[in-house]
Every structure is written in C-alpha cells, then in structure tokens.
Design a protein around this ligand. Structure first.
Ligand SMILES: [Zn+2]
Ligand SMILES: [Zn+2]
Length: 260
C-alpha cells in the first residue's frame, strides 16, 4: 500500500518541516489542508465558532500558494504534494465561504463540522456535562450537520474529515450510534465523498474510529487517511492503525484528488 497522509496544517510549523517529516515517514502522497479560518478575509468577515487562538494567518491565497512553490523548489523526490484546504461547514456561512474557496481549483478539499448551527464550538459545548440525554442530543445534531454538509455543494470537497470528532466533548454516544454512522456512510457513498479515518481521533477514540470503518465497509463508501498534524511530530500519526482498518475491512481509498 502506498503511504498517504491527506490532512496536515502549516499554521504552527513551516511547510518545509512538515514535508521533511512526511519524507522521513516514507509518505508518497501528502496533502497540506489549512483551515479556511486561518485566512485573513474569511477570518475577518465570518465569526467562526471554532478557531485556533494562535498560529499563522495567511493574508491571501497568493501567500498560501507561495508556500507550495517553496515545496516545489526543494523537490521532495517522488512525493506528490497536494495543495488543499480544510473548509468549515455551517449553514450560517456556507455561501460566503464557498465564494472564497471556489476562487481557485484545489487538489483536495476537506470539509469539517467544527460548530453547531448556533455557532457554538462542538469541542467545547458539552464537555463535562452530566446530562446524558443532552450529550446524546449533541451527537445527533453533529451527525445531522455532517449529513447536511455531505448534501451541500457549497464547495467541491472530496472528504468529510473527522466524522466522530464530537467525542472530544461527549464520550457518551447515543445507543443508536452504529445506525447513525451507517446512515452517514450511505449518504457519503451516494454523494461520492470519502469519510476520513483521522489520526487525532484514533488517538483518543480508537474504538469509535473502528465503528466508523465498519459503517464505511457496510455502506461501501470510500475512506481517506489523514493525521490532522499541526506539528512535524504528528505527521502520519496513527496512519498505521488506519491502514490496518483499511485492510481488515477491505475499504476503498479515495481517488478523487485532481490529477496534475
Ligand atoms: Zn478540523
Ligand atoms: Zn485539521
């Protein structure tokens, strides 16, 4: 199997450091997918519910593109480098954000749900709550929003990233979770999108990512592998685990990246 890592950030580390880490892990296809909220224009015009409090802000897409030219000059022999973005989905601002992202063509676009419909950060909303019913409701709302994202054409994204990230806030998943995941995977399959096996999610919820892989297998939906690295040491994190799931469940990897 060729080694792929389709989800990486450069807001806290240099692109050259991230690429060197990928090379050291023998990665043959590597995607840089910065958060749209790290770009000045959307950051100023949209009140994102979830943002990194620190880290580089790109003044423009031009400045971002220049990073990839740096990468080209260094010629990481044989490694395919994809220029991408991680795009937040929220009904509040999908059209506005779509206009920003669709100014250019991308090698890969990830779509993520980071906030609830009222704009509250999903990782902060339910943490520590003793109210199980409320926790379940947050899970259901999160998965409903992800389904909405999959149905949306706001940007031509390839991958729905970290589908079970809500577990960060609420460990208590509803009893019908496997049905909800299967439903999500079926929508992904119908919409021709991949679901992500995310390295950060594998860190704290390996069992959940396994249940996600099971759902993908049942629905015959493709998966994408991404470490969600923000630092060089996190590049390719848990991708061995993800690849083992791909093999065990005979999953198909996404092949929707734009060809050069
Ligand atoms: Zn994310
Ligand atoms: Zn990310």
């Amino acid at each position: 199997m060729t080694l792929v890592d389709n989800h990486n950030h450069i807001l806290l580390a240099e692109i050259t450091e991230m690429l060197a880490a990928a090379k050291a892990n023998n990665v043959s296809e590597f995607s840089i997918t910065e958060h749209v909220s790290q770009f000045r224009e959307p950051r100023e015009s949209i009140r994102f519910g979830s943002i990194h409090p620190s880290g580089r802000i790109f003044q423009s897409l031009k400045e971002y593109n220049a990073e990839f030219r740096k990468a080209d000059q260094l010629a990481y022999s044989g490694m395919k480098i994809n220029r991408g973005l991680e795009v937040d989905f929220s009904p509040r601002f999908e059209t506005k954000l779509g206009d920003f992202v669709n100014q250019e063509e991308w090698d890969i676009l990830l779509c993520s749900v980071h906030e609830f419909e009222d704009g509250k950060d999903i990782e902060k909303s339910v943490r520590g709550t003793a109210d199980t019913a409320l926790a379940y409701e947050h899970w259901r709302e999160y998965l409903r929003l992800e389904q909405k994202a999959l149905e949306s054409d706001f940007v031509p994204f390839n991958v729905l990233s970290h589908p079970v990230r809500i577990t960060r806030a609420s460990k208590a998943a509803p009893p019908e979770l496997d049905d909800l995941l299967l439903n999500l995977a079926r929508v992904a399959r119908r919409r021709n999108k991949a679901l992500e096996l995310n390295g950060r999610d594998i860190d704290y919820a390996p069992e959940l990512v396994r249940r996600l892989a099971t759902a993908c297998s049942k629905a015959d939906c493709r998966v994408s592998l991404g470490s969600d690295a923000h630092h060089p040491s996190e590049v390719f994190r848990n991708m061995g685990v993800a690849m083992a799931l791909v093999k065990e469940f005979d999953l198909e990897l996404t092949q929707q990246l734009r060809q050069p």
